[in-house]
Design a protein around this ligand. Sequence first.
Ligand SMILES: [Zn+2]
Length: 165
Amino acid sequence: MRSRQQNTAVMTKNIKALFTLFSMVNADKSYETLLSRIQGDLVNASKKDSARLEIPKPQIIWVGQRTIFRNFMEFPKALRREPEKLLLYLNKELASAGYIAGERVFFLGRKEPSSFGALIERYVKDYVICPVCQSPDTRTEKVKKLGFLVCEACGARSSIKGNYA
Ligand SMILES: [Zn+2]
């Protein structure tokens, strides 16, 4: 018969072996979890990449001496910016006084249709895209009249010029 001490020693040994086994199984599991998590992240990242900012195509027509930006309202929605701010920017760049009417904006005079796409592209670059990580998931903030672009992807805070976002 084994002594009590020996028994305890055997038991301790067994428990230790069991623990090792457990931690191995757990390690395996957590490795799998980690792997699937990483794979999930990768899928999400590529999804996000392909779903990057989709900028609509401006529909510009001339009616008499006016220029009508027919789908203007799609842009503030897509860029997540105030329509008034985007319009302020376009008015400044086009030296105009366009106004919103429903989904459209009316400008006086015949504006070059191709200039709208270019202006919006510049607006996106200056007021939407994070300059640090290039993410379009940003919002704007005002602190003491100074405008900031706050990135929801990397957290960067960048100053922006003017009152257009
Ligand atoms: Zn960023």
